[in-house]
Write a protein that binds this ligand. Structure first.
Ligand code: NAD
Ligand code: ZN
Ligand code: ZN
Length: 344
């Protein structure tokens, strides 16, 4: 089968030919129908090989959808051909976090060497992938896998972030979304579907700001050194009750804290090397800062249900397997509007 692999620092992902994997006991083999491309892969590829903690080469792709192609020994409850989405943040399944379905916060995954597909385990940008346990599969039903596959991360991650801040997003409140790419353009839609808040989007290009408005942002503002002032002006000086930073770089984190209102939530989702400083005289009173990771199994089901209800329309740019390396170049170059999805 063909797969997109990353071989080590300084190399670009490449399409390679590998033997088709077979599911071991308790595992499920999927024929992949669609796989999304996430900016987090650049964080992986920018680290020294020895800092990764898993062997290379790595088959990329932590957003996967497919149909059940084979069942490992002992697996029941799934039928060949069933369309499914992969819940990516695999955990141990039994620690207190996993017991609540919050495998994204598994307390034992690192110790047990459990890694998400595409982030240590073989990923979804391949013709076939092995899923370690049927509990990591969610039925897709009639959802189109191409537009649904980004929901497993670009949908689930902002959903988890937004859901935590729902009590702050009352009528008359404002939410700021910094970075309206794969995650951000879904975050805007989630905020519109789940809250009465005014949504202000920040990004660096006119095309991204246009997409932000198209998917529901009330205002779209250039993300520069004046952005926090612009947010304050748009909110009568108060600032925003919830700020979601999908870039997470030092300048955007500064903007995020600077436009936070009294008692605001500042949620840093982007892995851009920034860290928030909060304190008296620096930020408004009682600002809370969070750095959430991905989302729970139950939340993935909820996001898919929102899509079924028509509340989310993921914008996708599709690529054939041969073009998968181009998808990464386009993402790095800011040329992806919405999510890049590979069709293996
Ligand atoms: P993306 O490339 O699709 O989107 C990033 C967007 O940010 C683009 O629209 C880009 O134009 C914009 N941007 C860049 N610099 C900016 C700036 N200074 N101000 C405002 N906007 C700016 O990326 P993505 O796949 O949506 O991922 C977004 C971030 O979230 C990445 O850092 C990724 O690693 C991270 N991520 C985190 C989690 C988590 O669980 N915490 C999960 C997935 C992704
Ligand atoms: Zn991701
Ligand atoms: Zn666990």
């Amino acid at each position: 089968m063909r797969a997109l692999q990353y071989a080590g620092a300084g190399t670009a992902p490449q399409v390679v030919t590998l033997p088709r994997p077979a599911p071991g006991p308790g595992q499920v083999l999927l024929k992949v129908t669609a796989a999304g491309v996430c900016h987090s892969d650049f964080a992986v590829m920018s680290r020294p090989d020895e800092a990764l903690g898993f062997p290379l080469p790595l088959t990329l792709g932590h957003e996967g959808a497919g149909t059940v192609a084979a069942l490992g020994e002992g697996v029941t409850g799934l039928a060949l051909g069933d369309p499914v989405a992969v819940y990516g943040p695999w955990g141990c399944g039994t620690c207190p976090m996993c017991a609540q379905g919050k495998e994204n916060y598994c307390t034992r995954a690192a110790e047990l060497g459990i890694r998400p597909p595409g982030l240590g385990a073989p990923g979804a940008i391949a013709e076939y992938m092995v899923v370690d346990d049927p509990r990591h599969l969610v039925p897709l039903g009639a959802l189109d896998p191409v537009t649904a596959v980004p929901l497993t991360d670009a949908g689930l991650t902002p959903y988890h972030a937004v859901k935590t801040s729902l009590p702050k997003l009352t009528p008359g409140s404002t939410a700021v979304v910094i970075g309206t790419g794969g995650l951000g353009h879904v975050a805007i839609q989630l905020l519109r579907a789940l809250t009465p808040a005014r949504v202000i989007a920040l990004d660096v290009t006119d095309e991204k700001l246009r997409l932000a408005r198209e998917v529901g942002a009330h205002d779209a503002v250039p993300s520069d050194q004046h952005a926090a002032t612009a947010v304050r002006e748009l909110t009568g000086g108060l600032g925003a009750q919830a700020v979601f930073d999908f870039v997470g770089a030092p300048p955007t984190v500064s903007t995020a804290t600077a436009c936070a209102a009294v008692e605001a939530d500042v949620t840093i989702v982007g892995i851009g090397g920034g860290a928030a400083s909060v304190g008296f005289g620096t930020t408004a009173y009682n600002v809370a800062v969070r750095s959430p990771y991905w989302g729970s199994r139950a939340e993935l089901t909820e996001v898919l249900d929102l899509a079924r209800a028509g509340a989310i329309d993921v914008h996708v740019q599709t690529y054939a397997m041969d073009e998968a390396p181009t998808a990464y170049e386009d993402l790095r170059g800011g040329r992806v509007h919405g999510r890049a999805v590979i069709l293996p």
